[in-house]
Design a protein around this ligand. Structure first.
Ligand SMILES: Cc1cc2nc3c(=O)[nH]c(=O)nc-3n(C[C@H](O)[C@H](O)[C@H](O)COP(=O)(O)OP(=O)(O)OC[C@H]3O[C@@H](n4cnc5c(N)ncnc54)[C@H](O)[C@@H]3O)c2cc1C
Length: 460
């Protein structure tokens, strides 16, 4: 019987345990033990149900283009729950000079698929619009200027479209997903398809025009009707109960002739394989004694996130613009990083006639709010939303969540560092590094990698 330790019960760890359990059910002689430091599984995935409000405390959806979370949901019997975002009313705003300016239609991140839609937009100055219009004509120059190796997102976006596009949409779009600073963020790690487009076409606008329109017919985001937490709950239901250890913080790991040793306050156990899915900071300190060269490859900056959800019974009491929400560029005097108009982005999130807003803080504001109580954090969130949207009525439901160092920053050179890290990891039999510090932060990526690793352990 092969014994596998899984350290960390976020979506990566739960998926790994679920896939191992599936393999065991098929007759592979396997036993998993999932160690989770806290009292609940799911990590950053958490859905709170309050009355008919469905409030996501972490991820609220996955990117539709990536199939792995949907495949898992279908396999778990959740096909009827899979639900697209309301893309008929999709609009995202950017807070500029205290006003919400709509992003032009047809943008793919910061690249417009429709140059005519730009003309109607009040978001960009005439100079930025000119930079967009001129980009296709600079295809050869841009292709020639593309560096061999990695560079920052800031350098890449500036080269194509200039500073204004970077500041107004490039930075806010990316800093809510990957911790912080676009001047440090690796373009190869976080915008790989655009790097390929530059290599092939020079112009990103031209490259988008040649892509099939079929892909754009799908909604951009997909979620589950009862919330992302259901994905985790269904997997937990399929994992043998005696595999799961809650309040079981792993304090050390070691590796020797006899396999892997994993220690918690309750004792030490021996395993044949170790799936390390704890956050990268924790993984780094647990693996440091095993391989001093591995740890520096795992050191990375990360940003914290604070999320505040407000449920209101009566949407008629305050109006908001049509759309999914707004982004706040760095340097704005608002403390917010973004806000989501949840009941407009998704169906089935509020009672009839209700409204659900979500405020999202990152960077320095999140660090400061990390030290505040729930009431104070909620008051700040309400005030910051009101500064943008006008006075907010008293919420019926308020949910506050803090996610310390939850948004890892994939710095320039990340992919090279990951290659070196992979080769160090391969030197240790039965070691797997999974989770959001390595090969993607999105739920689909984490699901794909955790399942692939578990299948490899099972020898499929
Ligand atoms: C606010 C926010 C919004 C997001 N929105 C989206 C979105 O809409 N779509 C999307 O695809 N992605 C989104 N993401 C990213 C995605 O949610 C995360 O990357 C993902 O959930 C991380 O999963 P994980 O398993 O790697 O880590 P985590 O969820 O961090 O889980 C790690 C687990 O390890 C446990 N642990 C820590 N130390 C130990 C120890 N010593 N021993 C045992 N256990 C330990 C922790 O308690 C935790 O449960 C968002 C992230 C944040 C922060």
């Amino acid at each position: 019987m092969k014994r596998v330790a899984i350290v960390g019960g976020g979506v990566a760890g739960v998926t790994a345990a679920y896939e191992l359990a599936q393999q065991a059910r098929k007759g592979v002689p396997l036993q998993g033990v999932l160690f989770e430091a806290s009292t609940r599984l799911g990590g950053i995935i958490e859905t709170v149900h309050e009355g008919e409000f469905v409030i996501e405390c972490g991820p609220d959806a996955w990117v539709t283009e990536k199939p792995w979370a949907r495949e898992l949901a279908e396999e778990l019997g959740l096909a009827d729950e899979v639900m697209p975002s309301n893309d008929a009313t999709r609009k995202t705003y950017v807070l500029i000079d205290k006003k919400l300016q709509a992003m032009p239609d047809g943008m793919r991140m910061m690249v417009p698929a429709d140059l005519d839609a730009l003309d109607q937009s009040e978001l960009f100055s005439a100079e930025a619009k000119r930079a967009y219009r001129e980009e296709p004509g600079r295809a050869e120059e841009l292709r020639a200027a593309a560096p061999e190796g990695d560079e920052s997102v800031a350098e890449f976006v500036q080269r194509h479209f200039g500073d204004e596009v970077l500041e107004k949409i490039g930075a806010p779009l990316l800093s809510g997903v990957f911790g912080g600073d676009v001047t440090k963020l690796s373009v190869q790690a976080v915008m790989a398809p655009f790097v390929t487009m530059e290599r092939e076409h020079g112009s990103l606008i031209d490259a988008l025009r040649t892509r099939s329109v079929a892909a754009s017919k799908n909604s951009v985001f997909t979620t589950l009707r009862s919330g992302m937490g259901t994905l985790v709950d269904r997997m937990i239901a399929a994992i043998p109960e005696d595999w799961i250890r809650l309040s079981a913080e792993v304090q050390f790991t070691s590796c020797g002739e006899e396999g892997w040793l994993v220690g918690t306050a309750r004792g030490v156990e021996r395993f044949d394989a170790l799936m390390m899915t704890a956050p990268v900071d924790v993984a780094c300190s647990l693996l440091q004694p095993i391989d001093a060269e591995m740890a520096p490859l795992m050191e990375m900056d990360a940003s914290s996130a604070v999320v505040v959800g407000f449920g209101f019974p009566d949407a008629a009491k305050f109006s908001i613009p049509t759309g999914f929400g707004f982004l706040v560029p760095p340097g704005s005097d608002s403390l917010l990083l973004a806000a989501t108009f949840v009941d407009q982005k998704f169906e089935h999130r509020v009672p009839q006639g209700g409204r659900l807003m979500r405020a999202f803080f990152g960077g320095k504001a999140a660090e400061r709010l990390m030290r505040c109580g729930n009431d104070e954090t909620a008051a700040v969130a309400r005030m910051e939303l009101a500064r943008v949207l006008g006075p907010l009525p008293e919420p019926q439901v308020t949910v506050v969540r803090r996610w310390p160092r939850s948004l890892p920053l994939y710095a320039v050179g990340h992919l090279e560092r990951m290659k070196k890290l992979d080769s160090r990891v391969r030197a240790f039999k039965g070691l797997w590094l999974l989770g959001n510090g390595y090969r993607g932060v999105g739920v689909p990526d984490l699901v794909r990698d955790a399942r692939a690793a578990a299948r490899e352990i099972a020898g499929e």
